[in-house]
Write a protein that binds this ligand. Structure first.
Ligand code: 1CP
Length: 334
């Protein structure tokens, strides 16, 4: 056998709208959240990209917004519009009872994980939650936002309330991840998709501290679990994040500073990423070129191939196949 390493591969949002087999199930299930709470269908959807592409990681089919739902907020996904939540302003506006009760509301998700765990074979199974600030962003904005003006104002003008709510979301997320691990996930990813909205002290308080607490508590609960962090858009703060927060894997977008790669080598943290999902809307030749560029860029680091953000709904399946072929043919010396 040759002395070589293979780069493992999966795609953020690999289970979703670019797949006709997902759209077929979705067309018969207009309520997206109820689909997330249907263990039979949710496990089938999680396995769709594995059956089609034989990827190395299965990710649970669910959504980060099950946490506001569990806390008693009204959460709906409107057709072609994204999520919609009733707006809240303080801790008083959520009528959660206790974390056990909250988790009971979403306990079907753990049944999905059990099914996936029994079918995973040699694949890895990723459980996930949103980063606490990202979840708070949706809770305060009431949905997708271009300006994020409400959350920025909330953090500045009602800091105490913001930190109280952030702590509730953080503690519930920890319990939620522990349950996912107990039911069979061997990786967890924390999607802090809106980390890039904050700078300096706010970045420390709202991004670093809660993510650090999640890592500490998860490692205490289960040493063997692998933790992937994704503080998207962190730019130079990627360094602060890696220095402060325990990560087994750090997912990078395109904003990271150059010196990250040597820092991550020193800390023995695996790099995940970072092909731009927009490339998957174009031609095959370019996709091949860009995939090779990513492999080259991270060749001296431990690397899990992925995108810099989720797969877009208009992605061509043939382009996904091209990426996988290039990555599978690539070998790095041990
Ligand atoms: O209409 C549909 O069928 C729903 C589309 C969809 C899907 C397939 C949504 C709505 N969520 C998901 C699944 C999902 N979401 C997964 C599991 C599947 C997989 O990854 O393969 C995961 C991990 C998520 C995570 C998620 N949801 C994030 C973090 C990652 C990211 O994209 O930044 C966020 C921010 C959400 C919120 C969300 N869910 C869905 C929408 C349209 C949105 C809003 C996105 C936005 O504000 O732009």
């Amino acid at each position: 056998m040759k002395n070589v390493n293979k780069v493992p591969i999966w795609f953020m949002r690999q289970a979703g709208r670019y797949l006709p087999e997902y759209m077929e199930i979705r067309s018969k299930n207009p309520d997206f959240l109820q689909l997330c709470f249907n263990p039979e269908l949710a496990s089938e959807i999680s396995l769709q990209p594995i059956k089609r592409f034989d990827l190395d990681f299965i990710i649970l089919f669910s959504d980060i917004l099950v946490i506001p739902y569990a806390l008693g907020q009204n959460v709906h996904f409107l057709k072609n519009h994204g999520p919609s939540l009733n707006c809240i302003n303080s801790k008083k506006d959520i009528n959660y009872l206790n974390f056990k009760e909250c988790l009971r509301k979403i306990s079907n998700i753990f049944e999905t994980i059990k099914i996936l765990s029994s079918k995973k074979g040699t694949k890895n199974l990723i459980g996930f939650c949103g980063g606490p600030f990202t979840v708070l962003n949706y809770m305060i904005e009431g949905g997708t936002s271009k300006t994020h003006s409400k959350i920025k104002k909330f953090v500045k003008e009602k800091k105490k309330e913001a930190l109280d709510l952030l702590m509730i979301v953080t503690e519930l997320s920890i319990e939620y991840l522990k349950m996912q691990i107990d039911n069979g996930a061997n990786y967890v990813q924390i999607f802090e998709s809106w980390a890039g909205l904050l700078e300096s002290d706010e970045y420390i308080e709202f991004i670093v501290k809660p993510n650090k607490l999640i890592s500490q508590e998860i490692k205490k609960h289960s040493k063997g679990i692998k933790i992937i962090h994704f503080p998207r858009g962190s730019r130079t703060n990627y360094k602060t994040f890696a220095e402060e927060v325990y990560c087994d894997v750090l997912s990078l977008d395109h904003s990271y500073p150059q010196e990250m790669l040597s820092l991550l080598r020193e800390k023995n943290v695996t790099v995940q990423g970072n092909l731009d999902p927009k490339e998957l809307l174009g031609g095959a030749k370019k996709v091949e070129e860009k995939t090779k560029e990513v492999l080259e860029k991270f060749k001296s680091n431990n690397h899990i191939f992925n995108l810099s953000h989720g797969i877009l709904p208009k992605t061509k399946i043939s382009n996904i196949e091209t990426v996988i072929k290039v990555v599978r043919e690539h070998e790095t010396p041990k």
